[in-house]
Ligand binder design. Structure first.
Ligand code: HEC
Length: 207
C-alpha cells in the first residue's frame, strides 16, 4: 500500500507560486536598474535580443508587406531612386566605392551597407518598401512615410532590390559626388520650414 506523502497545503502552494512568479521580473528589474545592462552602442547584445527583435519584425512584415510593385523598373525610376537614396539613406547605408561614414560606424545595431555584397537584393521590393515606410523601431532606421511619397519610396525599394543589376546611368548617379549631381530629378523632400516661433523661455526683447 502506498502511503500518503502529506496533505496538500493550498496556502503554501499559492505562496510558492507567487514567489516563483515574482522572482523573474524582480531579477529583470535588478538587471536593468543595476546599471550593468548594455546601453552603449559598443556594448554586446542582450541575450536573445537579436533573435526576438528579428522574429517580431519578420512576423509583422510577412503580415503587412505589399506583394506587388506598383511602379515599373524604368531608368527614370532608378535615377530618381538613386538621388533619393543619396539624400536620405547613404549616410547610414553607404554608397558604392565609398568607405562607411562616421555616423554608420557609430551605430548599434549596425546599418548594413546596401551596395556591398548582396545588400537586400535577395529581399522582395515589398519588404524593403515596408522598412522604408515604417522604419525599424529602436534601431535608428527612420520611417519615411511622413517625408517621402509612395512613389518615391517604391523608387528606392526598386533600386535596392536590383542593386546588383542597375543601369550604368543609375550607378553614375550613386558614385557622383553629392554636390555635383545637378539633380534635374532632385525634389525638395520636405516643404520649406516656416520661421520658428520664439523659444518660450527666451528673454523678453530689450526695450
Ligand atoms: C540614421 C541611419 C539610417 C538611415 C538614414 C537609414 N537607415 Fe535603413 N537602417 C538603419 C539601421 C541601423 C538598420 C538596421 C536595423 C536592424 O538591425 O534591424 C537599417 C535597416 C535597413 C534595411 C534592412 C536591411 C536588411 O538587411 O534587412 C533597409 C532595407 C533599409 N534600412 C533601407 C533604408 C533606406 C532605403 C533608407 C533611406 C530612405 C534608410 N534605410 C535610411 C539605419 C538607417
Amino acid at each position: 500500500m502506498k502511503t500518503q506523502k502529506g496533505r496538500f497545503k493550498p496556502v503554501k502552494f499559492i505562496a510558492g507560486l507567487l514567489l516563483g512568479l515574482l522572482i523573474v521580473p524582480f531579477g529583470a528589474y535588478l538587471y536593468f536598474s543595476g546599471g550593468s545592462a548594455p546601453v552603449a552602442t559598443t556594448d554586446s547584445d542582450i541575450p536573445f535580443e537579436n533573435f526576438f527583435a528579428h522574429k517580431a519584425l519578420n512576423a509583422r512584415i510577412a503580415k503587412e508587406m505589399p506583394k506587388t510593385v506598383p511602379i515599373q523598373a524604368t531608368e527614370a525610376n532608378y535615377l530618381a531612386g538613386a538621388e533619393l537614396y543619396k539624400q536620405d539613406c547613404a549616410v547610414c547605408h553607404g554608397l558604392p566605392l565609398l568607405p562607411k561614414t562616421a555616423i554608420a560606424a557609430g551605430m548599434y545595431p549596425r546599418p548594413p551597407l546596401l551596395f556591398e555584397g548582396k545588400g537586400v537584393t535577395d529581399d522582395e521590393p515589398g519588404e524593403s518598401y515596408w522598412k522604408i515606410f515604417n522604419g525599424i523601431r529602436l534601431t535608428g532606421m527612420p520611417g519615411f512615410s511622413k517625408s517621402l511619397s509612395e512613389t518615391q519610396m517604391w523608387q528606392i525599394a526598386l533600386l535596392l532590390a536590383n542593386a546588383d543589376k542597375l543601369p550604368s546611368s543609375a550607378k553614375a548617379v550613386l558614385v557622383a559626388p553629392i554636390a555635383a549631381s545637378t539633380g534635374a530629378t532632385t525634389v525638395p523632400l520636405v516643404s520649406p520650414v516656416p520661421p520658428a516661433p520664439p523659444f518660450p523661455n527666451s528673454a523678453p526683447p530689450p526695450k
